[in-house]
Design a protein around this ligand. Sequence first.
Ligand code: SF4
Ligand code: SF4
Length: 394
Amino acid sequence: MQEVTIKREENIVLKEDVSLFLNPKFVFLPIESGYKVKVGDHDYVYKNDILAQNADGKAVYAPTSGKVLGIKKMNYFKRGTRNSLVIENDFKENVRVKKSAKKHINAHTKEEFVKILQKSSYEYRDLDLIEWCKKGTENIIVNSVDLDPNFCNKHCTWRENEENILETCDFLSEIMGAKKIHFVLLNTDSETIEKLTNLIGTYPNIELKLVSNAYPNGMGALQRKLLKLEDALVLELECVLDVFQILKRELPITSRLITVTGPAVTPNAVIRVKLGTLLSEVFVHNFDFTSPKVDVYVNGFLYGEKVDNLKYVIDSNIDGIYIKEREECEEESCLNCGQCSRVCPEGLNPKYVFDHEGKVDATYYDKCLQCGLCNYVCPANRNLKQRMKGRDES
Ligand code: SF4
Ligand code: SF4
């Protein structure tokens, strides 16, 4: 496999500090089937109140205080349309009981930790952290490499929370019986390497693992392969910080970092937003397009997907948006250059799939990471990544 390094675009300068947008006018909370709504229209809710709950006790919490405005169908990235409870923010952040923060997070037993996690109803994509706690693991990979070279969520997460992250890693290794925590960094990130090397002296279980600055080495699934740790638990850095916050206050997670970047947006920034906020509201209050015709990609130009609008509710599936000037480019005939298969990290042949639609075994599609590298290198502008999604979706 030929490695491809994709550098951050030179005209993109990310603001150094994390911006905040924690006061949206409305928040939207998806109500999945099996959940019973516990509030009625026009009810007043406090921040962290339970709004809905299922038979297993999993809860939907209010990320802000305000008034319930009923149920509305809303769009979620990769999850389609969902009935969602609407809360009109009163901008007071009222809570019923003020909780003090724990001094140390590592005094909890495994059972206590599982209970706290269950109560928080923490969700991060398809990660089942409680299941991992119960079965344990020998190795934990902590992914601190941003997948998209223009995104900076992990870098900012690390920079603002170094000690807390290491303390949480240490705690998790103890709880899960892990022999090693493999902290993955880019071998070009000399500043973080130096800092981490100085800090991990007191944490014998934490080991630094460097990967080359090639795309898509920021993908957790690929890191398992690169480190030859196929059975390891992969934790995104943001997830480690979430666990810290949950343990510190025993409250649900109500915000996350996203990056807004690209040559057709100003400013370029990492911004902390409330979960349940509409992406369009974040944009309108904080950013501008620099061109009348733009293409918008949720989760980046390579790995992400082009979207028609910003009417998506922010949840843990959204890491950011990348915006560039619209380019009209048509798919052309294959030049048989072989680049797409040469760069594929899974050794696949996307050109073959493109040319033999309907004749490829379904299991072949499952191997695709949807990293988008084949699209990036294809001189004929072929949307190979889309074809690799599978026959039903193409
Ligand atoms: S999108 Fe799929 S086929 Fe294309 S390079 Fe990535 S893993 Fe390979
Ligand atoms: S990269 Fe594009 S042009 Fe080259 S072989 Fe693959 S599909 Fe054909």
